[in-house]
Design a protein around this ligand. Structure first.
Ligand code: DHB
Length: 304
């Protein structure tokens, strides 16, 4: 297992390959397992103010090599019930980042504080779910609404705030700039890309909700472009996510400007050994190309 520790917004992590939100984050025990299997940090499922059932099935469409489209509808038990899961993961030794969503700044601020108290080491604000009415990217595509959320969370907690941004916008770097101005300590890019599947047999959308979010290998070039543009505009660390399956994919994100990465969709095919694989592969790439540290490679493609 590679030993490339990394610092994101003043917090040290044992390695730069994190568990992305939305996969394996339902319970404290599944978070703890991902951490034990080698994740540098584990990011919870996005948690809201109250329990939420989510959309009816089907909620996922498999697209083979491309990845998948999902529209779960942000199902979660609500922060009051979820607090204990964070505490369980913490007790098992995991480094937990809390992912949260809300309908307004007050909801974000309240959940953020509960997550900080439960032991989250940083927060990742989900400002980017591509299809939930009044939530996610409906807030995160509007620099003013996004800033109000971040300002409220900044007032409510001391731990670092990562703003997870949407690729479904004409200028992701402008959103990142607004986020940093409002007090975000890091930017996570990207959330899923708005997408849908139509059944030519049933003559209707495949997902019950219709619209969903695309993740997996098909979105890597979109994620790289967002990270590239954001790195050029803001000084805070960028966490790259979208279509990472190999150490080489992670290395590409680092070269584009990411300080760390998250893996999600590939875990469902490859299993938990993916953390070690990506981490070792990234270290091999750094060595092969003569970088003496991960830091030295961050954004290196901009200097060529
Ligand atoms: C869901 C949430 C997301 O943030 C996303 O990118 C895709 C799907 C959901 O819960 O439906």
């Amino acid at each position: 297992m590679a030993k490339i520790s990394v610092e994101v917004a003043g917090v040290s992590f044992q390695n730069p390959v994190f568990l992305a939100s939305g996969i394996w984050g339902e319970s404290g025990l599944s978070l703890a397992r991902a951490f034990k299997k080698g994740a540098g940090a584990v990011i919870t499922k996005s948690i809201g103010p109250v329990p939420r059932e989510g959309y009816p099935n089907p909620t996922v469409v498999e697209l083979g090599e491309w990845g998948l489209i999902n529209a779960m509808g942000l199902p979660n038990p609500g922060i009051k019930n979820y607090r204990a899961e964070i505490e369980t993961a913490k007790k098992a030794g995991a480094v937990v980042v809390g992912s949260l969503f809300g309908a307004n700044p007050e909801e974000f601020a309240t959940i953020a504080l509960a997550m900080e108290r439960a032991g989250a080491i940083s927060l990742e604000l989900n400002l980017s779910c591509p299809h939930a009415k009044g939530l996610g990217s409906e807030i995160g595509q509007d620099p003013t609404a996004l800033s109000e959320v971040i300002l409220a969370v900044r007032k409510s907690v001391r731990i670092p705030i990562w703003a997870k941004l949407t690729p479904n916008t004409h200028d992701p770097a402008a959103l990142a700039e607004a986020a940093v101005k409002a007090g975000a300590d890091a930017i996570t890019a990207i959330n899923t890309v708005r997408a849908m599947a139509i059944s030519s047999k049933a003559l209707r959308p495949v997902l019950a909700h219709g619209l969903g979010g695309l993740s997996g290998p098909a979105v890597k070039p979109i994620g790289l472009a967002c990270v590239w543009q954001i790195y050029e505009r803001v000084k805070v660390p960028v966490i790259g996510v979208g279509g990472i399956t190999t150490g080489e994919d992670a290395f590409e994100y680092i070269l584009a400007g990411a300080s760390a990465v998250e893996v999600g969709t590939a875990l469902s095919k490859k299993g938990a050994s993916l953390f070690h694989e990506v981490c070792d592969g990234l270290e091999a790439q750094l060595e092969e190309h003569g970088f003496s540290s991960l830091k030295e490679a961050v954004g290196a493609a901009h200097r060529k």
